[in-house]
Design a protein around this ligand. Structure first.
Ligand SMILES: *Cc1c(COP(=O)(O)O)cnc(C)c1O
Length: 381
């Protein structure tokens, strides 16, 4: 089955009790038993919920995995993955990781004796230099936020496998429509379903998909034992969002490419970061592992002054000023004062994150209106 068909049908059957074509929201905490221990496979809703099970099967199909396991948020999903480790174990991760992931690794799991290292994953030798007997997990994120750096998933996973190390790929920015890391050798793929999978900025949910039975069993155990499960209504909303995932992502990518090309020749705009540009640092990797180049674009202003960026950000009307990404509506953000404000300026500059760097999550509106909106905001500079 091809992707668009899987998005709509995989793992989804009409409701057996009524024939309802859409998966019902099973808003229940428990299930009656005919006799003690005699039930229909559902005992208590932390452990199993039919709405959640359908979403988990659908996600497994989209990522070409064996099982999906859903959590109350992307960070709860990450917490479950890291709980596979023991005190003393080490993680190697990218140096421009999503801020929330960095915070969890360093400030939460670090306290329980799990040490994380952060490197530029474009240099395999830097990863190799950090591998030791305690290395249990390599955590990949690609493309990254907001510099849109790419990591060669197959190359890093090959290195990890050679050393008996688990790999997890945060696939939030690409979505399974653009990239399926399990096919490239990853053990675990993770989503903040809050973003492209949901696609309508109305729900927080996280998921992992694995291809190995033992990993699936361990993650299901943690899902039930820790209890960070999503509610059935949230699962329903993600299932509904996924039905148009391929349409939304394709449109967002085409819009993003046109906007990036427009910005590139704009007199007020300096550097433009888009993986679809042949001179982008990760273009060759993107071409190899992604179907299209994504719906995110970052750019900086020619005049590198903080207040100039604020002027642009305050004057768009269709692009809403907000954190998050992956919804049908376009968003504009300023990493230096929003998502990356806690990082010292000198550190920010090292990775190219200047005071006027602006990040766009391009939605599915008509692209000419989006370009017009950016142009009138850039006029104010
Ligand atoms: C948003 C995000 C997360 C965290 O997901 P939540 O659903 O907000 O908990 C993790 N990774 C990436 C890349 C994200 O963008």
């Amino acid at each position: 089955m091809k992707f668009g068909t899987k998005a709509i049908h995989a793992g989804i059957e009409p409701d057996p009790s009524t024939g309802a074509i859409m998966t019902p929201i099973y808003q229940t905490s428990t299930y009656t038993q005919e006799a003690p221990g005699k039930h229909k496979g559902y005992e208590y809703a932390r452990t199993q919920n039919p709405t959640r099970s359908v979403l988990e099967r659908n996600l497994a199909a989209l990522e070409n995995g064996l099982e999906g396991i859903c959590y109350s948020s992307g960070l709860a999903a990450m917490d479950a993955v890291i709980r596979l480790l023991n005190p003393g174990d080490e993680i190697i991760s990218t140096n421009d990781l999503y801020g929330g992931s960095f915070r969890q690794m360093t400030q939460v799991h670090g306290r329980y004796g799990i040490k994380s290292h952060f490197v530029d994953m474009n240099h395999l030798d830097q990863i190799e230099a950090l591998i030791n007997a305690n290395t249990r997990l390599i955590w990949i994120e690609t493309p990254t936020n907001p510099m849109l750096n790419l990591v060669d998933i197959a190359a890093v996973c090959q290195l990890a496998a050679k050393n008996g190390i688990l790999t997890c790929v945060d696939n939030t920015f690409a979505s399974p429509y653009l990239q399926t890391p399990l096919d490239l050798g990853a053990d675990i793929v993770l989503h903040s379903a809050t973003k492209y999978l949901g696609g309508h900025s109305d729900v927080i949910l996280g998921a992992v998909v694995v291809k190995d039975e033992k990993l699936a069993k361990d993650l299901h155990f943690l899902q039930n034992a820790v209890g960070a499960v999503p509610g059935p209504q949230d699962c329903f909303l993600i299932l509904r969002g996924i039905k148009t995932l391929h349409l939304r992502v394709e449109r967002a990518c085409h819009n993003a490419q046109q906007i990036a090309e427009h910005l590139l020749q704009h007199p007020k705009v300096g550097k433009v970061y888009y993986p679809g540009f042949p001179d982008h640092r990760g273009h060759e990797i993107a071409k190899k592992q992604m179907r299209l180049f994504g719906g995110m674009v970052s750019f900086e202003l020619k005049q590198d002054q903080f207040d100039k960026a604020i002027s642009v950000l305050s004057n768009t009307h269709l692009f809403s000023l907000a954190e998050s990404l992956g919804g049908v509506e376009s968003l504009i953000g300023h990493p230096a004062s929003m998502t990356h404000a806690s990082i010292p300026k000198a550190e920010r500059l090292k990775v190219g994150l200047t005071d006027t760097l602006i990040r766009l999550s391009v939605g599915v509106e008509d692209v000419s209106d989006l370009i017009e909106d950016l142009d009138q905001a850039l006029q104010t500079v």
